[in-house]
Design a protein around this ligand. Structure first.
Ligand code: HEM
Length: 132
């Protein structure tokens, strides 16, 4: 339960770690194979250097943690892991489109989609170039 609102945490409303891992699995497959993202040479190189399973593990851990679950994120910071990738606002939009498709595929309800997207959007300044 969330201390502030008295309603179950986003983590619980999403269905816990099995549901989160399922959505992340689908999302990362989309992102790693998205020609709109792999057109960026730095992203393309990094995407083909990291094993998908480890990438999925870290993103699952991070979403679990950010949604109020018991996980602790053990990966690098968003600034450190994206600094050299030169990610543009257009590429960010492509990522959000992939996220939307993954959320819709698994029929995540609108309220939970909005909360999850707000969490993801809060990382914009750490990931997209032009802001520090
Ligand atoms: C256009 C958007 C994005 C692109 C193209 C992108 C691409 C990448 C790539 C290529 C890596 C591997 C970097 C490396 O190891 O050299 C990475 C790492 C990572 N990204 Fe992203 N990313 C994007 C947005 C996001 C968002 C929105 C999140 C979460 C809110 C996220 C979470 C992570 C995590 C957890 C890692 C692993 C960090 C680590 O290695 O410890 N990314 N990303």
């Amino acid at each position: 339960m969330s201390a502030q609102t008295g309603q179950p945490s986003l983590y619980d409303r999403l269905g816990g770690i099995y549901s989160i891992a399922t959505v992340v699995d689908d999302l990362i497959d989309r992102v790693m194979n998205d020609p709109r993202l792999n057109a960026n040479p730095a992203v393309n190189e990094a995407h083909h250097k990291v094993p998908p399973a480890g990438f999925k593990y870290l993103v699952t851990e991070m979403v679990g943690w950010a949604a109020g679950g018991p996980q602790k994120y053990t990966g690098r910071s968003m600034v450190d892991s994206h600094r050299d990738l030169n990610i543009t606002p257009k590429e960010w939009d492509a990522f959000m489109d992939d996220l939307q498709q993954a959320l819709d595929k698994f029929k995540v309800p609108a309220a939970e989609q909005a909360e999850l997207k707000a969490i993801v959007n809060s990382t914009y300044g750490d990931i997209v170039i032009g802001k520090s």
